[in-house]
Design a protein around this ligand. Structure first.
Ligand SMILES: [Fe+2]
Length: 403
């Protein structure tokens, strides 16, 4: 995020003495990316941000992954997934590779554990629910349709005001708007489908008193993703002011202005964010192709370099009619295997002027493997839904119920 922001009490000159009303020095912390060579912020703490009094193992939920082998398109029904109720510790792994992991949780209304992910940025899509995310930078309000972007190593906790369905995209890298939508100094350009006004960041500091506060830290070893419980001498929410270009923010689907065309537009026009070796797109309610002979649903396409994950979050997804896909479903279309609409959906789409669908897509450049949560809610009939019959023979009535 290249947009400068200033919240709370900071000194006029960086790296100079900054004191409270009793004359005590605040502790300055630079939080920055890419080794002092990219975006950063300066935070002023009441306490010492490195002061810990204990470190223990945090046993993460099952992070095991099963390769997509033998190769198949997959349909996972997330609304059938039982999860824990804590927005952080209750997550179950749905899909993942060495660049990104997708996990899902249905929260209760208790605040989550204090948490930070030191592996990469998190982009958490709020499928349902409202609440806040308290962070070391201040408080973010969230609602359905928000992407909550939490930069790597941001201390935070989720405080749902109501049970919330969260689709957590956890990167091993940073997540940012597509580079082609940015000026060389980072401003969102006129052809971008959203602009700075649509990004919502903390505008007040969030101070909490406390000692011996546990923070769950997700990190990496050579063996994979692990967790530690660090106990901080002082509450990490002790920042009296910060400024810079690195901070958490939210962006809502409704503020994405779809780019449409006379004939079918390719998925990159729907892109909203990107990370290392993956992109995030959203397909939203929009006018569709206006050529008199247009076919509004996609042509068949072979993602030779990508695995494609669609998460169906609203409306009635035209291209998947006849497949068993419903709200809360995920489809995984693996690289190197053509996919496209179920046959009946093509005819049904002719003459359509508007689609009401909403879906969040993650495309990865490395194959995705199935997490234990994803595997537990798989619809095994999906792979055969284009042919109408599978190895058992005969059409599966569950597959064609919508056609
Ligand atoms: Fe696709």
């Amino acid at each position: 995020m290249a947009h400068y922001r200033h919240v709370g009490d900071v000194p006029p000159k960086r790296h100079t003495q900054h004191r409270d009303s009793q004359g005590r020095l605040y502790r300055e912390e630079l939080m920055g990316e890419e080794g002092f060579s990219s975006d950063s912020s300066l935070l002023y703490h009441r306490g010492v941000p490195s002061a810990i009094v204990d470190s223990q193992v945090w046993e993460l939920p099952d992070q095991s992954r099963t390769p997509n082998h033998p190769l198949k398109p997959r349909h996972l029904r997330l609304h059938d997934l039982e999860t824990g109720s804590d927005a952080v510790t209750g997550r179950r792994l749905v899909l993942g590779n060495n660049d990104v992991r997708i996990a899902y949780v249905v929260t209760g209304t208790e605040p989550s554990a204090h948490y930070r992910n030191t592996i990469g940025d998190e982009c958490v899509y709020v499928e349902q629910g409202v609440g806040t995310v308290e962070t070391v930078f201040g408080v973010l309000a969230y609602r359905a349709g928000d992407y909550v972007i939490l930069p790597r190593a941001t201390d935070h906790r989720w405080v749902p005001a109501e049970p919330s369905r969260l689709y957590a995209i956890e990167a091993n890298s940073h997540i940012h708007p597509p580079k082609r939508y940015l000026s060389r100094f980072g401003q969102l350009l006129e052809h971008a489908p959203y602009c700075e006004r649509d990004l919502h960041a903390p505008d007040e500091i969030h101070l909490v008193e406390g000692t011996d506060v546990e923070v769950l830290v997700k990190h990496r070893t050579s063996g994979g993703v692990v967790g530690s419980r660090l106990t901080y001498a002082m509450h990490p929410f002790d920042v009296v002011g910060w400024d810079g270009c690195l901070y958490p923010y939210t962006f809502n689907l409704e503020d994405f202005m779809p780019i449409t065309g006379k004939i079918h537009q390719p998925p990159p026009v729907h892109q909203v964010f990107e990370g290392q070796n993956f992109v995030v797109c959203n397909f939203l309610p929009r006018k569709v192709d206006y050529h008199p002979l247009a076919i509004p649903v996609p042509y068949y396409h072979s993602n030779v370099d990508s695995d494609e994950v669609m998460f169906y979050v609203g409306g009635d997804y035209e291209a998947r009619k006849g497949s068993g896909i419903d709200l809360g479903s995920i489809s995984l279309h693996p690289g190197g295997h053509a996919h496209g609409p179920q046959p009946a959906a093509i005819e049904a789409s002719l003459g359509a002027e508007y689609f009401e669908e909403s879906a969040v897509m993650v495309d990865t450049f490395a194959p995705l493997e199935l997490g234990e949560g994803g595997l537990s809610v798989e619809d095994p009939a999906y792979a055969w839904s284009w042919a109408g019959r599978g190895p058992e023979g005969g059409a599966n009535p569950a597959v064609f119920s919508n056609s």
